[in-house]
Design a protein around this ligand. Structure first.
Ligand code: ADP
Length: 373
C-alpha cells in the first residue's frame, strides 16, 4: 500500500511517502502564506507532487492508496484513527478553539488534499487518541464539573502517536505483548510530555487541556501555579504569550535549544546549569509520580530529539531513582545503546527513536485494511 503522510502546519507542510511501511520519499515545504514563499497549501501540495514525480517515486496523487494526516486535537470523539468524511471535518472545526495553532492547518491540509485527489481515501490520526483511555481520575481537573460539561475542559494529552509507537517498540525489545506492559514513556522534543502506560494503555499524561502543562519545554513553562497567569494578566502582561513562547528553558537561560543549554551548562554558566536542573528535576518528579500510579514499571523509555540524543539529560533524569529499580548504566548511556539500564535492573531503560509519520502510515493502512474486510 502506498501511503502519503501529511503533517500540515500553519506555514509548513511535511510529507513522507511510504510503500508497504518503507519510506520512499519525503520533504518539507516552508513559508506557506508568507511573503516570497509558497502561496497556500494547494500550491505546497502541488510542489510536493512534482518533487515526488521528479524523484520517480509517485506519478501523481491519484496513484496513492491512501493519505494519512496528523491531526493534533481529536477531542473526546476520536479514540482511534478515522476515515475523513464531512462529519469528521465538522468535528475538527468545532475543536479549533481547543487547538487554535494546529487544527486549522490540519483541516486545511485535509480539505486541499480532498480537492486535489477526491477519490483517494484519507485518514486522520490524532495526537490525542492514545490518551482517550485515561480514566476520569486522570482526565478531570478539580474544578467545577459543569465547566467540563459546558466547555470540555479536561486533560486530553498530546504526542499520543509517539507514545503509542515507542510502547510497541519497547514491547518488541522486551519480547512481550504491549498489553502485558507497564511503561513510563518520555517524549522530550521541543514540546515534551510524559505518559504512564498501564497494560499498554495510557492512564495518565503530563500535557493537559493544552500542550502547555507538565514538563519544562523549550519555550513552554509546564506546571506552574494556575494563579500566575491571572496575576500576570492583571499586571498587563500577556500571560499566554509569555508562558507559551518565552518560558521553559528559554525563559530560564535565554536558549530553547537543548544543545546550547548543555554546552553553556558545561562551560559553567549558572543560568544554564539551573535550567538543566529544573528541566531534569521535573522529569524525575513525573517518573516518581507515574511509578506510584503504576505500581509495577517494566521500562522507562526516552524518545524525541532530547530523549534520543542527550546522555546528560537521561543521566540527570534518572539520578536518585535506584530505589524505584531505575538505574542507568553510564557506559551504555553514553555509547548510544538502545537498552541503557544496568544488567540486574528490574526496570529496563530504553532509548527508542520515535517515528510519528511511520506510525500514522501504519495506522492508516491498518484502518483501511480492516474496512476492506
Ligand atoms: P520536535 O518536538 O519539534 O519534533 P525534536 O524531537 O526534533 O523536535 O527535538 C528537538 C530538540 O532536540 C531541541 O531542543 C534540540 O536542541 C534537541 N536536540 C537535538 N539534538 C540534540 C543533541 N545532540 N543533544 C541534545 N539535544 C538535542
Amino acid at each position: 500500500m502506498k501511503v502519503l503522510v501529511l503533517n500540515a502546519g500553519s506555514s509548513s507542510l511535511k510529507y513522507r511517502l511510504f510503500d508497504a511501511g518503507r519510506e520512499i520519499g519525503s520533504g518539507v515545504i516552508e513559508r506557506i502564506g508568507e511573503q516570497g514563499g509558497v502561496k497556500d497549501h494547494m500550491e505546497a501540495l502541488k510542489i510536493a507532487q512534482d518533487r515526488m514525480g521528479a524523484d520517480g517515486v509517485l506519478s501523481s496523487f491519484d496513484s496513492l492508496d491512501a493519505v494519512g494526516h496528523r491531526v493534533v486535537h481529536g477531542g473526546e470523539k476520536f479514540t482511534q484513527p478515522a476515515v475523513v468524511d464531512d462529519e469528521l471535518i465538522d468535528v475538527l472545526k468545532k475543536l479549533v478553539p481547543l487547538a487554535p495553532l494546529h487544527n486549522p492547518a490540519n483541516i486545511e491540509g485535509i480539505l486541499t488534499m480532498r480537492k486535489i485527489a477526491p477519490k483517494i481515501p484519507q485518514v486522520a490520526v490524532f495526537d490525542t487518541a492514545f490518551h482517550q483511555s485515561m480514566p476520569k481520575e486522570s482526565f478531570l481537573y478539580a474544578i467545577p464539573l459543569e465547566l467540563y460539561d459546558r466547555y470540555a475542559i479536561r486533560r486530553y494529552g498530546f504526542h499520543g502517536t509517539s507514545h503509542s509507537y515507542v510502547c510497541k517498540e519497547a514491547a518488541k525489545l522486551l519480547g512481550r505483548p504491549p498489553e502485558s506492559l507497564n511503561l513510563i514513556t518520555l517524549h522530550l522534543g521541543n514540546g515534551a510530555s510524559a505518559c504512564a502506560v498501564e497494560s499498554g494503555r495510557s492512564i495518565d499524561t503530563s500535557m493537559g487541556f493544552t500542550p502547555l502543562e507538565g514538563l519544562v519545554m523549550g519555550t513552554r513553562c509546564g506546571d506552574i501555579d494556575p494563579q500566575i497567569p491571572l496575576f500576570l494578566n492583571g499586571k498587563g502582561v500577556d500571560a499566554e504569550e509569555v508562558l507559551n513562547r518565552r518560558s521553559g528553558l528559554k525563559g530560564l537561560c535565554g536558549h530553547n535549544d537543548m544543545r546550547e543549554v548543555l554546552k553553556l551548562a558545561d562551560e559553567g554558566f549558572a543560568d544554564a546549569k539551573t535550567a538543566l536542573s529544573i528541566y531534569t528535576r521535573r522529569i524525575r518528579k513525573y517518573i516518581g509520580a507515574y511509578a506510584a500510579l503504576l505500581g509495577r514499571v517494566d521500562a522507562v523509555v526516552f524518545t524525541a530529539g532530547i530523549g534520543e540524543k542527550s546522555p546528560k539529560v537521561r543521566e540527570l533524569s534518572c539520578r536518585g531513582l535506584e530505589g524505584f529499580g531505575i538505574e542507568l548504566d553510564s557506559t551504555k548511556n553514553s555509547t548510544g545503546e538502545v537498552e541503557i539500564s544496568i544488567e540486574s535492573g528490574p526496570v529496563k531503560i530504553f532509548v527508542i527513536k520515535t517515528d510519528e509519520e511511520l506510525e500514522i502510515a501504519r495506522q492508516t493502512e491498518a484502518l483501511l485494511s480492516d474496512a476492506r474486510l
